[in-house]
Design a binder for this molecule. Structure first.
Ligand code: ADP
Length: 151
């Protein structure tokens, strides 16, 4: 069984994340969208809220699950027996950052393989950071959010 973990903060989950997972569905038997909990980090949305939104987006996709984890992503993958990590690449700075992380994860995760999908051009400027800024500024973030998610 080919299982991939898509790790992130998803604060909040955007259309960019949705597009990436949907393109990965045919590639894996199971995709676990795993929300990493970092006690040092301040989030805008509660963990429960983030889990609920992602569940809502993938309610009709049986092979997609949502989970949360603490600690190293590579250890979480070992725990649930996932052999692949899924990550998105929007631009060169994503690449530089992700390259190092994936090499580290391969070491710590004992051969854990990261699969990268390049974002579709219309979503390459989408990020959770932009959505949080729009919301904090009182703007309408709905063009950046999956259908049905109302903030
Ligand atoms: P992190 O907190 O690890 O940066 P994010 O929640 O911001 O996590 O993003 C998780 C993953 O989703 C990352 O691999 C990131 O590159 C990818 N991603 C974010 N936005 C997009 C997008 N618009 N298109 C494709 N991939 C994206």
């Amino acid at each position: 069984m080919k299982t991939a973990v898509f790790p992130g903060s998803f604060d909040p989950f955007t259309k960019g994340h949705e597009e990436l997972v949907k393109r990965a569905i045919p590639l894996f038997d199971k995709i676990v969208i795993a929300i990493g909990i970092n006690s040092q980090k301040k989030y805008l949305f509660s963990l429960e809220q983030r889990v609920e939104w992602i569940n809502q987006v993938f309610k009709d996709h049986n092979s997609v699950e949502v989970d949360t984890y603490e600690g190293l992503t590579a250890h979480y993958c070992q725990k649930i027996q996932a052999e692949y990590l899924l990550r998105g690449l929007r631009n060169a700075s994503d690449f530089d950052y992700e390259k190092t992380i994936s090499q580290l994860n391969a070491m710590v995760g004992d051969g854990l393989e990261t699969i990268f999908l390049i974002s579709e051009p219309q979503y390459s400027h989408f990020s959770s950071t932009i959505v949080r800024e729009i919301i904090k500024g009182g703007g309408d973030a709905s063009p950046f959010l999956p259908e049905g998610i109302k903030i």
